[in-house]
Design a protein around this ligand. Structure first.
Ligand code: FAD
Length: 369
């Protein structure tokens, strides 16, 4: 289908004709004066930002589109009107892979992350057991969202832009927003949205769409509360057993945060969250707060601030064994924690991996021309 047959408006109609009549290899970076290859990354979470940053470092022209108001996705920090901060998504991350380790060390030297030297254990029916392990837990400073901000600093990120399924146009992809307003065209597209959202975006690549559709992700209700005085607990965070809650943590015990007031983040278990996913957030908050008092054995008291947040797609139930999805013929792919490994490290490695696939695909195409 010719680009000219599109009736949708374009923010820069001259752009449509930019590459008219040229084959893809003309865009490849084998010649110093060749135009850069344009890549669209959908989603500014850790996987999308990692992919985008690496491609930009390799000379690609990358544009990121993010539907929300901030960068970092599930590694975000909520700021209340009162100026309180809560890491309400990812709590901390661990590092095993050497490539990720190198990046984390750089972030640490740049003052973006630090080790959270917390007293952490398990809580079962009011009894606390410290965890005996040597795991280093890292957090963004002064908030988890600083990692996303740092990664995005040199990138072209368009916030509050909900992307519709990409449309194939000759050898390229048209990227339009939810109002079918074409924003630009690209040689490569990567979606880094959670599995169900990526599946919708991959409709022009049915093979990849089918794989993404089969990955389920569980929701998570998060509650953020603050108290004027510290709670009389001997620990900073705990995995909670036999309770609607699965995790509680003293947010102000993390490095770089204000010591006062006392701020806590409570996460409901995947099972409880799924069962109550469509509940009203103000109605379920008192239930989860009561559960907190029961689990800790503390006397209930009125929080200074309280709010609940629903993460519809919090964690993949069973991530794919492949680190990313990529179709070198169509030049479309997907990354995220639902490919290759759940959690922060998995998201990073997935974004890294899909960028390698694009770099390899460009090299392979330039060798054939
Ligand atoms: C409550 C909770 C607790 C967690 N705790 C931990 C933890 O302690 N340790 C750990 O390692 N991990 C934890 N995780 C998991 C970790 O946060 C994720 O694995 C990681 O952040 C996922 O990054 P991502 O880039 O794959 O996806 P995301 O961060 O979800 O990024 C995807 C982005 O795509 C955007 N997007 C989606 N659709 C569109 C569209 N159509 N157009 C434009 N933008 C779009 C979204 O807004 C989002 O910003 C937790 C997650 C949650 C929710």
């Amino acid at each position: 289908m010719s680009l000219l047959s599109y009736s949708v408006p374009h923010k820069n109609s001259a752009f449509i004709f930019r590459f008219a009549g040229q084959g893809l290899y003309h865009f490849l970076m084998t010649k110093s004066n060749a135009p850069k290859i344009h890549v669209a990354v959908i989603g500014a979470g850790l996987s999308g930002l990692t992919c985008a940053q690496r491609l930009q470092d390799h000379g690609f022209d990358v544009t990121i589109f993010e539907k929300s108001r901030g960068k970092g996705g599930r590694m975000s920090t909520r700021r209340s009107d009162e100026g309180l901060y809560f890491d309400h998504g990812a709590q901390y991350f661990t590092v095993r892979d050497p490539i990720f380790q190198n990046h984390v060390e750089e972030w640490r030297l740049d003052g973006i992350v630090d080790v959270w030297d917390a007293e952490i254990g398990t809580l079962s029916n009011g009894t606390y057991e410290p965890k005996e392990e040597e795991t280093l837990r890292y957090v963004g400073i002064p908030g988890m969202n600083n990692i996303g901000r740092h990664l995005a600093a040199e990138l072209d990120v368009h916030l509050e832009t909900l992307i519709a399924p990409p449309i194939r146009s000759g050898e390229r992809w048209l990227i339009a927003d939810e109002h079918e307003f074409v924003l630009d065209e690209f040689e490569y597209v990567i979606t880094s949205a959670p599995a169900a959202q990526s599946a919708k975006l991959l409709q022009a690549a049915p093979e990849l769409q089918r794989i993404a559709e089969n990955v389920s992700m569980t929701g998570c209700w998060a509650v953020m509360v603050s108290f004027p005085q510290p709670l009389e607990l001997s620990f900073d965070a705990a995995f909670v057993n036999d309770s609607p809650l699965s995790w509680i943590s003293r947010n102000n015990s993390k490095p770089g945060r204000d010591e006062k007031p006392e701020t806590w983040v409570l996460h409901a278990s995947p099972e409880w969250s799924e069962e109550h996913l469509e509940d009203d957030k103000d109605e379920l908050l008192p239930t989860l707060l009561n559960t907190f008092w029961q689990a800790t054995g503390l006397e209930a008291r009125q929080p200074q601030f309280q709010v609940a947040h629903r993460w519809r797609y919090a964690l993949p139930s069973e991530p794919l064994t492949d680190r990313c999805l990529f179709d070198p013929e169509l030049r479309i792919g997907a990354c995220g924690d639902w490919c290759g490994g759940p959690r922060v490290e998995g998201a990073f490695l997935s974004g890294y991996d899909v960028s390698s696939r694009i770099i390899a695909s460009v090299k392979a195409q330039s060798n054939t021309h």
